[in-house]
Design a protein around this ligand. Structure first.
Ligand code: MTE
Ligand code: MO
Length: 257
């Protein structure tokens, strides 16, 4: 099943650049330049990073009303993680689950769901767009990522936030799903770690117990089954070095909508 899924995605990869080009206009077109990641990691990136930072008061993704909620929200990619570690966590309804925050932070943390729910929360109704061509509107509640990172304290050279997931999509070494965003998206007010979907605890199919919502980017950026958030200076040594599971297989790193 996994390999069938992978090959279907491989076919889609061929069209991924076209999807990006179609979906983007104006400034985003510049941000999605194929060598964006390399530029960010070079000296030239200093200017680009400064420009991105100046855009910090960036537009929000459109928010919808309760009446717009999709009656059915498709679950996609992994819908039931099958690693032994995941099965153990699911066996007692994630009571032993904790979220690790580490890497280039001054105060690494290990947070339980109760810890996360004690923090300020945000709810938003947004449209999820999958690169495969379907969309759905859902209501998400969770912890804004920015304040969480601020509490952990970013080191001066911190540049990317990596989301390590629990599910293994197979295909040999480095089959664990992961994603990453830059600090501008990490601190965007609609970037949240969601534990609640449509007013109910997140279902396993949708990434229980915690998943990322990064509303201005395509579906594959919204990492499910979060285990660890790692702050890094470079993405080069994570996975195969392209910033995400699907990015390592040809997708754009900046998947702006
Ligand atoms: N850990 C993990 N996160 C993931 C995926 C996955 O397979 N594993 N699939 C991605 C893709 S392609 C999409 S469209 C969304 C689907 O989220 P949903 O199941 O809530 O619809 O999750 C994204 N995040
Ligand atoms: Mo997707």
């Amino acid at each position: 099943m996994t390999s069938k899924f992978l090959s279907r995605r491989r076919l889609l990869t061929a069209g991924a650049v076209g999807v990006g080009a179609l979906a983007l206009g104006g400034l985003n077109r510049f941000l999605i330049a194929p060598n964006y990641l390399q530029i960010l990691e070079s000296a030239e990136g200093l200017t680009l990073r400064a420009q991105r930072a100046m855009l910090a008061g960036q537009p929000l993704a459109r928010e919808f009303s309760e009446a717009d909620l999709s009656p059915i929200f498709k679950a996609n990619g992994t819908v039931l993680p099958d690693t032994a570690a995941c099965e153990a966590l699911m066996a007692n309804d994630f009571a032993d689950w904790r979220l690790t925050i580490d890497g280039m932070v001054t105060t690494p943390a290990s947070l339980s769901m109760a810890d996360l729910k004690r923090l300020p929360q945000r709810t938003q109704i947004t449209r999820h767009d999958c690169v495969e061509g379907w969309s759905a509107i859902g209501k998400w509640t969770g912890v804004p990522l920015g304040p969480l990172l601020q509490t952990a304290g970013l080191a001066p050279n911190a540049r990317f936030v990596v989301f390590h997931c629990a599910d293994d999509l197979g295909g040999g070494a480095n089959g664990l799903y992961y994603e990453s965003v830059d600090l501008v998206d990490a601190f965007h007010p609609q970037t949240i770690l969601a534990h609640t979907m449509n007013d109910a605890p997140l279902k396993v199919a949708h990434g229980a117990p915690l998943r990322l919502r990064v509303e201005r980017q395509l579906g594959y950026k919204h990492a499910k089954y979060l285990m660890r958030i790692e702050v890094v200076e470079s993405l080069a040594n994570i996975g195969r070095g392209n910033g995400g599971f699907w990015e390592d297989r040809g997708y754009e790193w900046y998947a702006g909508i």
